[in-house]
Design a protein around this ligand. Structure first.
Ligand code: HMG
Ligand code: MG
Length: 306
């Protein structure tokens, strides 16, 4: 099998992970997590989201977090911006606090689009259009997230034709990269490959990533199936944090630790120091009062303790 020789991991834990926590997490802890992730060698971190604080109060400290992070050269910082209001808030700070990349997030399912961002898929594209234009105009890279690319908590199974449609719409408004997201972690490897194939009809392999939640324990398998297709970029969460407040029952993203362990074993370069990554996962898990949700982390911590 011809696997990619290098993989880029975007740790989405500070955003996807912490948006879903019942227990409040201070800006200071979020900043501490970002610092630990970059010190572990992560080259891209999804820091926060500029969404309505009424919808997602966990991310209300977005500007404070962006202001507090110590930028490390070579690291890219991304944030979610669902509309112009969010984009304007993301660039209200001085230029050196702007995100390097923004994420517009749509869904392959109408029902999820309504529940998550309060509009239809078609309306969401019209909301994203000026955001994409303004971001690109300012030299900010634009990623699109495609939620429910395989399954939806409200509509059930989503066929690849819906992903094809959404990827085409995203491409049409100038989105530069898209992530195929299994929001509720129901996907299995062949279904993920079908969703990726639909996406690759519109985007180059270098502009596509996988974002797999691990609810059914399939995310590593789905990652391997994607690697087999040449996909080399993945969103993962430190300590397996994550979920979406509008996708009840869905658990976190695949743990960054587990993906890095697998890639290291396959001889695929990530630039990430697994030991320091584990320490980052322990730091945030301690703050949340639990153990990291990562098998690789548990195994290595047990080994350290022995
Ligand atoms: P809306 O109610 O349709 O927006 O919400 P609106 O434009 O009608 O405005 C209503 C109010 O919200 C107004 O305030 C606006 O100012 C305010 P009011 O006058 O009532 O005081 N508002 C905002 N405030 C701050 N920042 C903004 C903003 N926009 C409007 N950007 C909206 C639309 C998108 C804002 C709302 O539905 C929302 O915030 N949704 C949150 C969705 C979210 O964050 N979901 C989780 C992230 S997505 C995810 O996890 C999936 C992903 O991981 C991939 C995967 O796994 O699938 C990415
Ligand atoms: Mg997600």
């Amino acid at each position: 099998m011809n696997y990619p020789s290098k993989v880029k991991i975007v740790d989405v834990g500070p955003r996807d992970g912490l948006q879903n926590e019942k227990r409040p997490v201070s800006a200071e802890i979020k900043i501490g997590l970002v610092h630990r992730l970059q010190d572990a060698g992560l080259k891209e971190i999804e820091v926060t989201s500029f969404v309505s604080p009424k919808w997602v109060p966990q991310m209300a400290d977005n500007a404070e977090v962006m202001h507090g992070i110590r930028r490390k050269p070579g690291v890219r910082y991304s944030v979610l911006t669902p509309n112009m209001k969010g984009f304007e808030a993301a660039i209200a700070a001085p230029r050196d606090e702007w995100p390097d990349e923004i994420v517009v997030f749509g869904a392959a399912s109408e029902a999820f689009s309504q529940r998550n961002i309060n509009c239809s898929i078609a309306e969401s594209i019209e909301r994203f259009r000026p955001v994409v234009e303004a971001a690109r105009d300012k030299g900010i890279y634009v990623r699109g997230a495609m939620s429910c690319a395989v399954g939806c908590p409200y509509e059930g199974e989503i066929p690849p034709s819906r992903v094809d449609m959404l990827a085409g719409l995203m491409k049409g408004i100038g989105v530069q990269h898209v992530g195929v997201a299994d929001t509720i972690g129901v996907a299995t490897p062949v279904k993920v490959q079908r969703a990726l194939e639909a996406t690759l009809r519109h985007f180059d392999i270098d502009d596509v990533s996988g974002h797999y939640h691990d609810t059914y324990g399939q995310a590593l398998g789905n990652t391997l199936a994607s690697l087999e297709m040449g996909v080399w970029q993945y969103d993962t969460s430190s300590a397996g944090l994550g979920g979406c407040p509008y996708a009840k029952g869905a658990t976190g993203n695949v743990a960054t630790e587990d993906v890095v362990y697998m890639l290291q074993g396959m001889g695929i370069e990530t630039g990430i120091d697994l030991d320091r990554l584990i320490d980052a996962g322990v730091y945030i898990s301690d703050a949340l009062g639990r153990k990291p949700n990562s098998r690789a982390s548990t195994a290595i911590l047990n080994k350290r303790a022995a």
